[in-house]
Structures are given as C-alpha cells and as structure tokens.
Design a protein around this ligand. Structure first.
Ligand SMILES: N[C@@H](CCC[C@H](N)C(=O)O)C(=O)O
Length: 279
C-alpha cells in the first residue's frame, strides 16, 4: 500500500484566477520537466489533473523567478496573466515579500499583493504593430480586414478583439475555433467578444488559443482594455466582467496593470507511472 505520508513522483499545485485554472510545477533548483506530451496528458480533465494552462516555475538570474506557460492542448503560450498573478502570489509567500519580479517569454514583469489581498501584475506595454502581434501581413491592427471589424493586440500573445452589442448573444463555442485559426494570425490567436456595459466597464467572453472557452483570461482582459481605449470607447481604467468574475485593468505609462483574486486550491503528486507514460 502507498504511504501517503511519503509521496513520491512530482509535486504540483492547483491554482486558479477567476476560474481560469492552472497546474503549477515548481522546478526551481532542477531542470524543466514539462514536455508537450506531459502538458497534454496532464491537461486532460478525465485522465490527468485538468487545467486551462500549466505554468512551470524556473530559476532566473535576472529576476526572482522565470515562468513558462503551456496550454491544455500541449502548445506553448508566451503569456498568461492569471497564472502570473497566481504564481506571483505563491512566490511572494515563499520569499516573504509583498512584491516580486519575474521573467516570461515576453520579458521582465513585476507583480505585487495589494492591501486588500488582490494580486496585480504589470503585463508590459501592448503590442499594436502588426508584425509584433504577430499578423501575417501589414494591416491596420485597429481595424482588421475581417468580418466584424476586430482589433488585434499583442500582450506577449496574440488577441483578436470583437466589440459586439451583446457578448452574451455570441455563439462562442460555434465561432471560437474558426477565429482562433484565422490565417491572418500565423501563430493562431485568442479571441475576445466584448460589449460596453458602462463608461468604464465591459462584459467579456473569451475563446482561448489552445484551450477553448475559459472562465477568464488575464491577457485577454488587458487586450480588450487596450483595444477599447484605442477605439475611443473607454478611458485607460476599466473593469472586465468575465464568466468567472471581474478583473481591474489600468493601462498606465509603465504598462498594462491587471488586478484580481487568486486561489491556491490543493497540492498533489504525479505518480512515477504517470510521468513515465508521458516523457
Ligand atoms: N489564460 C491566460 C492566457 C493563456 C494563454 C493563451 N491561451 C495563449 O495561447 O496565448 C491569461 O490569463 O492570460
């Protein structure tokens, strides 16, 4: 019988930000362990643990830690705002601090815990040039040549933002995948449908690249806030109401700040047998 007091295998943490859920592996002090096959297997909600994204914490000589992101289909993601907030909160506890620095594929980021317990991350400046999103050819990112007149914004990952009269009425499951793989986005894209509900508030529903419909998307919320301001719909500070709850976005001179709740739900151990099956 397995001794539950002395688990073997690989430890993981299960976290979420507004229901956007994550498996987090802390690989500091060792080598990276995630492969596309392991991410896909772990992301399976029936045969694995299940998650929208996997985040792997690694050592960094430039910041407190580095973070790599994987989607549940096994693909890599350059940014994940909600996982960044969750892992930063964990690292602030580990390091006994109220603020941390980190490095992701997009570069150096900073996070802090506010007095009200909510966690903020500076996601950096948005990428509004077509080549940086990236798009397949030179077009106006504020008015893409696609039906629905969407906006393209990069937040370290690509976003295609549609402003619609009523986000609730969109058949997200029906149209999401088609937009995700639109040839204008050579690396595919996250897809957002947003409607203005107040001068500083939007309702947002998200189809994520590599994960499908999720309850919330941090980088998506940032992209929508940037697009809404660029289109003259809002100021620089807005609240985004998603299926899993609300995020505050503030596009400041030093970058796009995102603030919201985080949750560390449980820890577990991946068995040696599971790990051996998905090298
Ligand atoms: N949930 C995330 C975004 C995750 C990455 C995305 N699916 C991609 O492939 O770019 C967030 O909170 O930002």
């Amino acid at each position: 019988m397995m001794d539950m007091r002395a688990p073997s295998g690989l430890r993981f943490m299960k976290m979420h930000g507004l229901g956007n859920d994550f498996v987090v592996i802390d690989s500091r002090g060792g080598g990276a362990v995630t492969t596309p096959a392991l991410a896909r297997a772990l992301g399976d909600r029936n045969r694995g643990v299940g998650f929208d994204q996997l985040a792997e914490i690694r050592d960094s000589d430039k910041a407190d830690f580095a973070l790599d992101f994987w989607n549940s289909d096994g693909s890599r993601a350059g940014a994940c705002g909600n996982a960044t907030r969750c892992v930063s909160d964990y690292m602030m506890t580990v390091l006994g601090r109220g603020a941390v620095s980190l490095v992701t594929a997009r570069g150096a980021l900073a996070a802090l815990r506010r007095d009200d317990g909510l966690v903020s991350v500076n996601m950096g400046q948005p990428q509004t040039d077509w080549a940086d999103v990236p798009l397949a050819r030179a077009v106006d990112t504020l008015h893409l040549p696609l039906p629905g007149d969407p906006v393209a914004v990069g937040m370290g990952n690509p976003h295609c933002v549609f402003f619609v009269p009523d986000a609730e009425a969109v058949d997200l499951a029906g149209v999401g995948r088609g937009h995700e793989v639109d040839p204008l986005f050579p690396q595919a894209t996250n897809v957002e449908f947003a409607s203005l509900t107040a001068p500083d508030r939007l309702r947002l529903r998200v189809w994520e690249r590599g994960a499908g419909i999720t309850l919330a998307c941090g980088s998506g919320a940032c992209a929508v806030a940037v697009a809404a301001h660029q289109r003259g719909l809002t100021g620089r500070r807005v609240v985004l109401d998603m299926d899993g709850g609300a995020l505050e976005i503030d596009w400041r001179d030093d970058g796009v700040w995102m603030t919201g709740p985080v949750a560390h739900v449980f820890d577990g151990w991946l068995t040696p047998a599971f790990l051996a099956a998905y090298p």
